[in-house]
Each structure stands twice: as structure tokens, then as C-alpha cells.
Design a protein around this ligand. Structure first.
Ligand SMILES: [Mg+2]
Length: 192
């Protein structure tokens, strides 16, 4: 089995980093998604540009503060032990849209090297379309992503099973998409 997996917010959990940003800005998250709380706060304050620049920091130098989601590393190890190939396919611009010109692809590769088991195949696409076509060319059996819009995209390759990683349980059911809140559940479904 070949398993394609998204990187940001699927393997890499930015909760701690964004939570820290919220504390710095005095933003109350109310137990919700800290990223949405921070974005709403900056937008409401007319500081949208700052939000865009912050994302360049988040996916660049601050990425080293991100942690693998609980169970994600175990999943990769168990998959390899079961003879499955795990392939990371991420969509990131090479440089941030705003702010300092951090190398976002280098940050992603460094994080993967530091946090995930060695030997993973990694593909960093520059656009969503490129990511979709890469998923098709890699002939994966299943793709795991945190974005319903990626799995539901018109260009999503036919014949690839869709798994939505939805740790907050915030997305509605989507036809043809299996939805899980934890990596343990994904492991039980795909590797069990
Ligand atoms: Mg993602």
C-alpha cells in the first residue's frame, strides 16, 4: 500500500506555536482553534497584513516549535513495519507571500528530518494544482489531509481513497471521504 500524507496541520501540529502567539497578542482562544482566533483578532483590528506575515514566520523559522500530532510518528513506524510506503506531499510557496524571505521548503525539510522517522519520501509542491497532480503521479492508494477542500477539489485524482484528518471534529461529513480525529484511528483503519 502507498499512503500519501499532507504535512502542515496533518503531521505537523502548530497548536503550541500559535497558542504562544495568541498569548503574546493577548488573544483569548476560548478553547477553539488558536489560529482562527488569532486571525480573527488581527483582521478585526485591521491588521490583516500582519497575519499574512505571521504565517511566513509560522511555516518558516517558527516551524521548529511545531510537534508531530500524537500518534503520527507511531503511524509512520507501524506503516513501514507493515510494508506500506508513506509519502509526504505538501503544498507550500518557496518563500512567504509577505514579510521576511524565509526559505519555507528548507524549514519543512529540516522539521521532517528532526521529527519524523528517517527515509520518508517527501514532495514539496509550490501550488495546490501541483500537489494534486503529484498525488496522482505518485499512484498512492490513499491520501490523508486536514483540508476538506483539498480532498474535495475537482482535480483530485480518481481512484485515490480520501481520508480527512479532523482533530477538532469541526468538519461536516463529505461524500467519499472518511473522517478521523486521531492518528490512532487512522492507523486502525488503514493498518489494522
Ligand atoms: Mg495541511
Amino acid at each position: 500500500m502507498r499512503i500519501g500524507i499532507d504535512l502542515d496541520n496533518t503531521l505537523a501540529d502548530y497548536g503550541n506555536v500559535v497558542g504562544q502567539m495568541c498569548r503574546v497578542h493577548g488573544v483569548e482562544t476560548g478553547g477553539g482553534d488558536p489560529k482562527l482566533a488569532l486571525r480573527a483578532y488581527l483582521r478585526a483590528a485591521g491588521r490583516e497584513a500582519e497575519w499574512t506575515a505571521l504565517q511566513g514566520e509560522l511555516y518558516g523559522p517558527l516551524m521548529e516549535g511545531a510537534e508531530p500530532f500524537p500518534g503520527a510518528v507511531n503511524f509512520l513506524i507501524s506503516a513501514a513495519a507493515a510494508g506500506a510506503d508513506c509519502i509526504v506531499v505538501s503544498h507550500r510557496t518557496p518563500r512567504p507571500i509577505a514579510g521576511q524571505a524565509h526559505d519555507l521548503h528548507a524549514a519543512a525539510r529540516a522539521w521532517i528530518k528532526g521529527h519524523l522517522p528517517p527515509g520518508l519520501e517527501v514532495h514539496l509542491a509550490e501550488t495546490k494544482q501541483e500537489k494534486l497532480s503529484r498525488i496522482g503521479k505518485l499512484r498512492v492508494d490513499v491520501f490523508i489531509d486536514d483540508l476538506p477542500e483539498l480532498l474535495g477539489a475537482a482535480g483530485f485524482p480518481a481512484g485515490v481513497a480520501k481520508v480527512l484528518f479532523d482533530p477538532r471534529g469541526e468538519h461536516p461529513e463529505q461524500p467519499g471521504v472518511e473522517r478521523f480525529r486521531t492518528w490512532a484511528e487512522i492507523a486502525a483503519r488503514l493498518l489494522g
